[in-house]
Design a protein around this ligand. Structure first.
Ligand code: BES
Ligand code: MN
Ligand code: ZN
Length: 533
């Protein structure tokens, strides 16, 4: 989708931005000066005077004007007081009705717009204008060219640039999450990452982007026994993707993002029921959001260092697959009894979380379609946020609110992790029947003692079901906002309290317990921990 920004005057449309359809966004209080009653402004004034139309949010009026205007078809669209939610809803609905027609669209604010309003309008238009066609050549439409206009367009350029970067990132995340598992293999995801890094460096002399792809042999050498235990049931080769972006001094600690990249989750030997199993092609949405973040970074190039880690593989049953009861050794040295092979996300993530230590990160955020239980708890409105680090959690909540990509902080009391006890390993990979989203987070927590950490469970928010089945591109807006906020105002997150040490007031969770604890195995058994050095 190609976006263009244009300063507009509804009285003097420029031939250069002529489109098929012009959507005119009007806020409450729109007034037309008597000396400007010609053309479109006069038509708008008459429609309001006759009481046929008002700029109430979502209210529409279709007009057909002589061909000297911006477009032969004009739609007045009310946005009420201009609140972001009103703009989003009004535009999404209007654009969804237009996309099938393959139109050139122009969207003009009749009054001065804010940076936030321009960004919001672009996300709504671009989001609604996306049509999946990779494996459906018959799919029609999709917006190709969109002109965004406002009288004060030149003051809104940052909103426009951010909108464009976000749309590129969300578009990439949606596209790859939507592609079926046989068209979005770990190998292909690796190629996408390479391509992002390559094009991110193109035309720039500073080589800010770097991509490394680890294959099975390298993953084995690293001792990622948990990741391997999931991947080995499938004949599709695994990939461990390492993306790096250096926008600041290379000595500065990076923010690290870890995305769950299960390209298909059949459940493995603990196989899932057939109904709806196709949706488990979306189980790499966390990975897609990390790729989407890097795609946005390619456009925005902020002054911060970022690492993206993606363990990618399929979870399949076979003669080679991990069996319930098998005990595996993670890269951290901690052993895991796999009581349910369908709790595979935490197994690939735990090794990626251990791998993240080598970057000495400022903080690590993992993003995963981790539990059906999180969908039960929060539905498709808010992603689940799990962290014992108050300052990091607040930064994420703020980014979520600012980007309207909402999340909700869940409790992390240590008692929720009790059920992970195993008689045959340091921990089991599942706990009891209740609070499954939290016990999953408690499992991951045992691999994160080296840095401030947060976990986003996006099982409910990454895709829509039913007739509108498809990836949403979430939580790319949240992640991009978080990175931009931290680039603008650098924060030194306090480290988790050392083992046995007293936590500072700041990193004490609501329970009054230390923010994170050293995992049991890291205390004495540390064979593999020692190996890692
Ligand atoms: N990928 C699923 C989680 C999921 C399920 C996301 C449904 C979205 C919709 C995950 O790997 C899984 O299977 N989790 C199990 C965990 C259980 C075995 C402890 C679940 O949620 O049922
Ligand atoms: Mn599963
Ligand atoms: Zn899964």
């Amino acid at each position: 989708m190609n976006f263009q920004l244009s300063p507009s005057d509804l009285l003097a449309p420029s031939k250069a931005v002529r489109s098929d359809v012009l959507l005119v966004l009007l806020r409450d209080g729109y007034e037309v000066l008597p000396e400007r009653m010609a053309g479109l402004p006069g038509t708008i004034a008459r429609a309001m005077q006759c009481g046929h139309w008002s700029p109430a949010a979502g209210k529409r009026l279709s007009l057909y004007l002589p061909d000297d205007a911006f477009a032969s078809r004009v739609i007045l669209l009310g946005i009420g007081q201009g609140k972001q939610q009103d703009i989003r809803e009004a535009l999404s609905k209007a654009v969804k009705e237009l996309v099938s027609e393959d139109v050139r669209l122009a969207v003009y604010f009749a009054q001065d717009a804010t940076i936030d309003q321009v960004r919001t309008a672009m996300l709504a238009v671009g989001g609604a204008g996306y049509v999946y066609s990779n494996t459906k050549p018959s799919a029609k439409g999709g917006l190709k060219k969109v002109v965004i206009g406002a009288p004060n367009a030149n003051d809104c350029r940052t909103g426009f640039e951010e909108g464009r970067a976000l749309l590129a990132g969300m578009g990439l995340a949606r596209e790859w999450a939507n592609r079926p598992a046989n068209h979005a293999t770990p190998t292909l995801l690796g190629k996408v990452a390479e391509e992002i890094a390559r094009s991110g460096n193109e035309g720039h002399g500073d080589a800010r982007f770097k991509c490394e792809l680890l294959d099975e042999a390298k993953v084995r050498k690293l001792g990622m026994g948990a990741f391997l235990a999931v991947a080995k049931g499938s004949s599709e080769p695994l990939r461990f993707i390492v993306l790096q972006y250096h926008g600041a001094d290379r000595k500065q600690a990076p923010l690290a993002f870890v995305g769950k990249g299960i390209t298909f989750d059949s459940g493995g030997i603990s196989i899932k029921p057939g109904a709806g199993m196709d949706e488990m092609k979306f189980d790499m949405s966390g990975a897609a959001s990390v790729l989407g973040l890097f795609e946005a970074l390619r456009h925005l190039r902020p002054a911060i260092n970022v690492v993206g880690l993606i363990p990618a593989c399929e979870n399949m049953p076979s003669g080679e697959a991990t069996k319930p009861g098998d005990v595996i050794t993670s890269m951290s040295g901690q052993t895991i009894e796999v009581l349910n092979t369908d709790a595979e996300g935490r197994l690939i993530l735990c090794d990626a979380l251990t791998y993240a230590e080598r970057f000495k990160p400022l903080a690590v955020v993992d993003i995963a379609t981790l539990t059906g239980n999180c969908v039960m708890a929060l539905g498709n409105l808010r992603s689940g946020l799990f962290s014992q680090h108050d300052e990091l959690a607040r930064a994420i909540e703020q980014a979520a609110d600012e980007s309207a990509d909402l999340c909700w902080r869940m409790p992390m009391d240590d008692a929720y992790g009790k059920g992970l006890k195993s008689n045959f390993a340091d921990m089991a990979n599942i706990a009891g029947r209740t609070a499954g989203a939290i016990s999953a987070a408690k499992f991951l927590e045992r691999y994160t003692s080296a840095y401030p950490w947060a976990h986003l469970d996006i099982a409910g928010t990454a895709w829509d079901e039913g007739a509108a089945k498809g990836a949403t591109g979430r939580p790319v807006p949240l992640l991009v906002r978080l990175v931009l906020n931290l680039a603008k105002t650098p924060v030194q997150f306090a480290l988790p309290a050392p083992e046995g040490g007293k936590a500072t007031a700041r990193d004490t969770g609501k329970t009054g317990k230390p923010a994170a604890r050293k995992p049991a195995a890291a205390k004495g058994k540390g064979a593999a921990a020692g190996k890692r050095g």
